[in-house]
Design a protein. Structure first.
Length: 324
């Protein structure tokens, strides 16, 4: 795995947005399938802190992260700060009662994982959510800071990824709930995987056509709708000179197309509120066809970020005020 960094402070990683929707849908399918089979029971508190190595990383971290955030503690026996931090993380994993799982990785025994995450020093703490890696902090940290970071992590995991954590039962047998339930394959999985591969390879035309093929059979398919919105956005910004686009937008604040192009760049760059605010302000300044074009582009950007994102909710309210 080559981890992708994702900031919880506002940057939109388009691959992570896609993974959010996919993970949410698959987690719901997995829970439903487990319930039908009479499985999916509670885990023991002992299952909330696990030792992970390279051989078990995909199962214990990547697959598990589609159910619950996995916090990774990179440590070593010789590292004195690690010996201070690790017990705090272990205690908090139990205290948070299934809102995250703590995976402990000994860097001396798993140097490939250390290299893949780009770790330069330990202790280092990452999280994996829906298969996406994000750094939390490195070096010594106070418990108040750790709690604040974990609170933000579990909130993002629930709001953006639909991951509500695990059910913990002190009476459960350790290891009884450790294997993630596997969601059944969907009818469009092969086509969606091909589209995602084209997207990752930079073949926006191929990705757009692949998503459209799925939507021609299943117009409401949420993953295809999201993927199409992403691919079209990335195709629009390909080859743009960001400096010229932003200068044009600054020079012509009432020009709908100039503001639309700048908003696309804002979103791809992770400036979600800037993109939304720019277009809402333009809605206020324009009329007729220009206003409709700006409004429609704003609705497309809402699709990219996701309807459940609180920034989208706030922007929808602001748009309604601007329109009416």
């Amino acid at each position: 795995m080559q981890p992708r960094n994702m900031s919880m402070s506002g940057v939109v990683d388009l691959a992570a947005v896609k993974a959010a929707q996919e993970a949410k849908a698959k987690a719901e399918q997995a829970r439903a399938e487990a319930a039908r089979q009479g499985g999916g029971g509670a885990v023991s508190p002992a299952d909330l802190v696990i030792d992970v190595d390279e051989a078990g990383f995909e199962r214990d971290v990547l697959q598990r992260s589609t159910e619950v955030p996995v916090v990774i503690d990179f440590w070593a026996e010789w590292c004195q700060p690690c010996k201070q931090l690790s017990p705090v993380l272990e205690r908090l994993a139990v205290e948070y009662n299934g809102r995250f799982v703590l995976a402990k990785i000994d860097v001396d025994a798993n140097q490939m994982l250390m290299q893949q995450f780009g770790i330069q020093g330990i202790p280092a703490v990452f999280a994996v959510v829906a298969g996406q890696a994000l750094p939390l902090f490195q070096g010594a940290a106070g418990e108040a800071q750790i709690r604040q970071t974990l609170d933000q992590l579990v909130t993002v995991a629930e709001q953006r990824f639909g991951l509500t954590g695990l059910t913990v039962d002190p009476e459960a047998e350790p290891g009884g709930g450790q294997a993630p339930a596997q969601a059944p394959a969907g009818p469009y999985d092969a086509a969606l995987n091909a589209a995602a591969q084209a997207l990752d390879a930079g073949d926006m035309g191929g990705a757009i056509q692949a998503y459209k093929n799925v939507l021609s059979d299943d117009p409401a398919n949420p993953e295809a709708k999201l993927g199409l919105a992403q691919a079209e956005l990335l195709q629009r910004v390909q080859g743009l000179d960001a400096q010229l686009v932003r200068k044009d937008a600054a020079d012509r604040p009432t020009d709908a197309q100039a503001q639309i192009a700048a908003a696309d760049l804002d979103l791809v760059g992770g400036h979600v509120e800037d993109a939304f605010g720019r277009l809402i302000d333009t809605v206020r300044r324009t009329t007729g066809e220009d206003r409709d074009a700006v409004r429609l582009r704003l609705l497309e950007l809402f699709e990219v970020v996701g309807a459940e994102d609180p920034r989208v909710t706030a922007a929808r309210r602001a748009l309604a005020r601007a329109l009416f």
